[in-house]
Design a protein around this ligand. Structure first.
Ligand SMILES: [Zn+2]
Length: 272
C-alpha cells in the first residue's frame, strides 16, 4: 500500500493506493492548526484506509513554501502552526518508510497534468484557486525546473491594492482566493451567490491568467481548486480574450477534472 496526502489551508485529504496508478480509498478532514494533532490524524486515518496493511512509501503536498531539502514548511499564509515543524521526519518515524514532500499546488497541478485535463499536452499551466491561489508550470508531464517554486497567486494586480497575508499588496489571491472573499463578504466563498461578485473575480483572475500566459507560454491552462468552481469559465474566457492581445492563438482554458488532483500528483511523486 502507498499512502498519499494533501494538506491544504482548509482540508487534509488522505488516500491509499495499491498500485501507484489509482486511489483505492480516500478521506477528508478539516485541517488542524496544531502540527501534532495533524500528524496524529494522518496516522489514524492511514491505519483505517490501509486496513492495517504495510505502507511501502508516503508522499504528499502541503500548502506553502518548503525548505530547500523539502522536509518541512517554512512559510504559509494559512497553516502557520505547521511552519518549521519536521513533517518529513515525523512521517518517516510514524510509518517507517521514505516520505516525499512537495508544495500542494505543485502536486495538484502534476496530478492534473498527468492524469487529468492536461493528459497528452506538452506545456501545462495549472492555477489553483482555493483558500489562496497557487499554481505551477509543467512540461512533458513533469514539474518544470524552478529556483524558488512558483507563486502565481502573489503576482501584483494592483500596487495599492488589498493587503496579502504574505506581507505584500494587491496580490492576485487577495481578489479571488476564498480566504479574502470570506473576509470581504462575511460568508464562505462557496456560499456567495451574487453573480456580480463572481464576475468581478473572473475579471481579476483573467488579469492573473494573462500575466501567467505571457510568461509561461502554455498549450493549456487548467483551473483547479474549490473556489475556481464558483468562478464562471465563460466570463473568465471573455475577459482573458480582451486582455491577452499579443498572441494570435490563445491557449485552451479548462477546468480541472480530478476530484483529488493533489493525491494523484503525490502518486506521481512516489513513482519519480
Ligand atoms: Zn501575497
Amino acid at each position: 500500500m502507498y499512502l498519499v496526502f494533501d494538506i491544504g489551508g482548509t482540508n487534509i485529504r488522505i488516500g491509499v493506493s495499491s498500485d501507484t496508478q489509482s486511489l483505492t480509498t480516500t478521506k477528508s478532514v478539516l485541517t488542524m492548526q496544531n502540527f501534532e494533532e495533524g500528524i496524529e490524524a494522518i496516522k489514524n486515518i492511514a491505519q483505517v484506509l490501509s486496513g492495517g496493511e504495510q505502507i511501502q512509501a508516503v508522499a504528499g503536498g502541503i500548502a506553502g513554501l518548503l525548505d530547500k531539502d523539502k522536509t518541512m514548511l517554512i512559510a504559509s499564509a494559512h497553516i502557520s502552526g505547521w511552519i518549521n515543524k519536521p513533517l518529513k521526519n515525523k512521517l518517516e518515524e510514524v510509518f517507517g518508510v521514505p516520505t516525499k514532500l512537495e508544495n500542494d499546488s505543485l502536486l495538484g497541478g502534476l496530478g492534473e497534468a498527468v492524469y487529468g485535463a492536461g493528459r497528452g499536452t506538452n506545456i501545462v499551466a495549472y492555477i489553483a484557486v482555493g483558500t489562496g491561489v497557487g499554481g505551477a508550470r509543467f512540461v512533458d508531464g513533469k514539474i518544470d525546473q524552478n529556483s524558488l517554486g512558483f507563486e502565481p497567486g502573489h503576482q501584483i494586480i494592483d500596487l495599492d491594492g488589498n493587503e496579502c497575508n504574505c506581507g505584500g499588496k494587491g496580490h492576485l489571491e487577495t481578489y479571488v482566493g476564498g480566504f479574502y472573499l470570506e473576509k470581504k463578504y462575511h460568508k464562505r466563498a462557496e456560499e456567495i451567490t451574487d453573480h456580480k461578485v463572481w464576475d468581478e473575480a473572473a475579471k481579476y483572475l483573467a488579469i492573473g491568467l494573462n500575466n501567467t500566459i505571457v510568461h509561461w507560454s502554455p498549450d493549456i491552462v487548467i483551473l483547479g481548486g474549490s473556489v475556481a468552481n464558483k468562478i464562471p469559465l465563460d466570463a473568465t474566457q471573455r475577459y482573458l480574450s480582451q486582455f491577452l492581445t499579443i498572441f494570435p492563438t490563445k491557449p485552451t482554458l479548462v477546468k480541472a477534472q480530478l476530484d483529488y488532483p493533489g493525491l494523484y500528483g503525490a502518486l506521481e511523486l512516489i513513482k519519480s
